[in-house]
Design a binder for this molecule. Structure first.
Ligand SMILES: [Zn+2]
Length: 132
């Protein structure tokens, strides 16, 4: 159980339900959530060729939130422009979701020990793309 202690045995953590907290949104975590796959063309890209795409654009009061962002390659993001997927006739190939803090931990840490990974994946919600 050393793996558990190394993950959640932190001092001074308030008694909160980690499943109710929303992890912060960063491009690298977004791309990891979406497995570097463009939501519009389905292509697989390197991080430098990907963008944070707002499903409902800022120009239409879209929010910078996990549920309004997907990974898109630069050509698709440019083609969609300040339009919704319906207006652009570019349906999403997958749905956005808010990662749990368990997933957030995984998304932030690319170097996780194998036994820690096994423990973490056991706590990932069934809806997670990380299980795919
Ligand atoms: Zn694309």
């Amino acid at each position: 159980m050393i793996a558990i202690n190394s993950i959640i045995g932190t001092k001074g953590v308030p008694s909160i339900n980690p499943f109710e907290l929303k992890p912060s949104l960063t491009n690298s975590k977004l791309f990891a959530r979406d497995r570097n796959v463009c939501a519009y063309c389905g292509g697989h890209f390197h991080e430098e060729d990907l963008t944070r795409e707002h499903i409902v654009p800022f120009a239409r009061n879209g929010q910078d939130h996990w549920m309004n962002v997907v990974t898109a390659c630069r050509p698709c993001n440019h083609r969609k422009g300040p339009r919704t997927p319906e207006q652009a006739h570019m349906p999403l190939l997958y749905a956005p979701y808010v990662p749990s803090l368990w997933e957030d931990f995984i998304l932030r840490n690319r170097r996780i020990l194998a036994d820690q990974m096994e423990f973490l994946m056991a706590h990932v919600p069934k809806s997670s793309r990380l299980l795919a």
